[in-house]
Design a protein around this ligand. Structure first.
Ligand code: FES
Length: 576
């Protein structure tokens, strides 16, 4: 039974609808204009449904209908649902990268909630940057919030084999370039790899982040694992709509839910999932919106003691449907209960320990327990050294173990176009031991830190059978990617970070067990190169790009805007 802490008069929306004055007359008459009656909204919580659907949003194509399920739940529970579309971040189609617009979505979410009569909100997202962007904005506004994840798409199929989003694209692209599959095969793969609405069904950034957001406490139990086309998905959406109304009456707000302990739980789950490297950026930014400082070292500390438990691509074998049938996130969490702070409050009004009680694991080849892990540590490793003074990241469990301690000659590409123009040249001076370096792919240099960090293997080496090499960049990489890719090098090369100073032929040493990344030149030589380095002009002089250029932080700080971090209260609009 809901513990009501609010009266209808205390609802935020009552400031718009309640007073008998000129302005409120306008608010009421214009609501009536839309066909609603007084009975539809009077004295009820107004629930803003922030929907990231659009015709271009491939992973959210079902949200056009699914929002009606959310509304059904809101109506049933005595709320007044108002759908508010927000910017679409269609991962694959948006250029230069959705990451450039994550903060845009966060700002839009915050401002939609601020300037309209919202008492609480349902966030509808899932494709990579949408979950973090929506949650960041909602945390800043701090109104009761529940997150409805889009859910993963169905397993891909081709020629009797399963196909995983992203991971099998990279794999078969290399096989096509090596001449091992035909253009017809490639076309059939194109037709079979994305078979339904929903997010990538590997443990890429989308499934990593929806699992993290659920663990933080913002989705109903196991919501993140339900495949988008499954009938459980609209039921979950409707239940989320019902629940948010009670959350408003209970005055249960995001910053009551997000704490340092729930963030630690989420990092443990990230490690258990073998999740996306992108999560290290997003979790830092999300925590920052609740005023929680989260240095990269915290991932390292927790990661060392957190086992890798879920056998999913790109690091493992299975896909999200298998994960759901094996017990899903609640099965995983129950299996690792002893590692978690189970007293953390969630959107259900209960603790995470109460939410997962009785959940089971049905297939221990998909979901292991800490007593029988795939690896004893999480595999998301933070590196430091003279090449990455503020840190870099590698997903060690998706890398060739032979390359985790490696020294090789650098082959430097100054930017993406330089790399694309030369990578397949027969004259490229590389061998299997070379270290490929891509620069000017960071937050400012990319711009937007595109997912270019899984540099392609040069064609001439592919033909020799090489399938992995050490690659280093200030870019991100897709959560569905794999290989020995050192990412997020900070500070980035565009602003003169050490990656800008590497020259082709320099020796570079990667030592994952020692957590180091080193350019093997003297400090004096490094200082001389730094002194000779010339700053780049801004990428943008107008529009959102100019705001982005002036305010985005580096990867180790979460790439948030400096003026959006922290918990300064968002000013409520004056009504009159
Ligand atoms: Fe949308 Fe992967 S492209 S989740």
């Amino acid at each position: 039974m809901t513990q009501r802490k609010k009266t209808p008069e205390a609802l935020r929306s009552n400031r718009w609808y309640g007073p008998q004055d000129l302005r409120s007359f306008g608010h009421r008459s214009r609501t009536l204009q839309m066909g609603y009656s007084h009975e539809d909204y009077k004295g009820k919580p107004v629930i803003a449904i922030i929907n990231t659907w659009s015709d271009v949003s491939h992973c959210h194509s079902h949200f056009k209908e699914r929002v009606e399920d959310v509304k059904r739940g809101v109506w049933q529970a005595g709320g007044f649902p108002l759908e508010m579309p927000a910017i679409t971040l269609a991962e694959v189609l948006q250029k230069p990268t959705t990451m450039m617009y994550r903060n845009f979505l966060a700002m839009e979410t915050e401002e939609l909630l601020r300037c309209y009569p919202a008492d609480g909100c349902v966030l509808m997202g899932g494709c990579d940057k949408t979950g973090p962007g929506l949650l960041m904005g909602a945390l800043s506004m701090n109104l009761p919030t529940i997150f409805v994840p889009a859910g993963p798409m169905l397993t891909g199929r081709w020629a009797g084999k399963t196909l995983g989003s992203g991971s099998d694209v990279w794999k078969y692209w290399d096989e096509l370039r090596a001449g091992n599959i035909t253009p017809r095969d490639w076309k059939e793969i194109e037709e079979g790899i994305a078979r339904s609405p929903g997010t990538c069904m590997t443990m890429g950034t989308a499934s990593t982040m929806t699992s993290v957001i659920e663990t933080l406490g913002f989705s109903l139990p196991n919501a993140s694992a339900i495949p988008a086309p499954d009938s459980s998905h609209p039921r979950m959406a409707s239940l989320s709509g019902r629940r948010i109304v009670d959350m408003v009456w209970e005055d249960l707000k995001p910053r009551d839910i997000l704490t340092t302990r729930s963030v630690d739980n989420a990092i443990k789950v990230l490690m258990a999932l073998g999740g996306s490297t992108n999560a290290l950026i997003h979790v830092v930014a999300i925590a920052g919106r609740a005023g929680i400082e989260l240095p990269l070292d915290r991932f390292e500390e927790i990661g060392k003691a957190s086992p890798y438990l879920v056998n999913m691509r790109p690091a493992g074998k299975y896909l999200m449907e298998d994960f759901y049938y094996a017990g899903g996130l609640t099965g995983l969490l129950e299996g690792m209960r002893d590692m978690l702070d189970t007293g953390e409050l969630t959107c259900t009004g209960r603790t995470i320990g109460e939410n997962i009680a009785g959940s089971r694991i049905y297939n221990d080849d998909v979901i292991r327990t800490p007593a029988d892990p795939i690896r004893p540590d999480g595999g998301l490793i933070v590196l430091r050294g003279n090449l990455a003074p503020d840190g870099a990241v590698i997903k060690a469990n998706a890398a060739d173990p032979k390359l985790l301690q490696h020294t090789g000659r650098a082959m430097v590409f100054n930017d993406y176009n330089d790399m694309a123009a030369r990578i397949d040249s027969p004259d490229l001076d590389v061998d299997a031991d070379s270290v490929l370096i891509l620069r000017n792919a960071g937050p400012l240099g990319g711009p937007g830190m595109p997912e270019w960090g899984m540099l392609p293997i040069p064609k001439k080496l592919l033909k020799q059978g090489v399938r992995d090499m050490v690659r280093i960049s200030d870019a991100r990489m897709s959560g569905t990617s794999y290989g020995t890719c050192v990412l997020h090098v900070a500070p980035e090369s565009w602003i003169g970070g050490p990656l800008a100073l590497v020259r082709t032929g320099d020796l570079v040493e990667l030592d994952v067990p020692a957590r180091t990344l080193a350019l093997k030149i003297s400090d004096e030589e490094l200082a001389q190169r730094k002194a000779a380095w010339k700053p780049n002009p801004p990428r943008f002089t107008r529009g959102y790009g100019a705001i982005f250029s002036q305010h985005v932080s580096q990867a180790n700080r979460g790439c948030d805007f400096d003026f959006l971090e922290g918990t300064d209260p968002t000013a409520e609009p004056e009504i009159h």
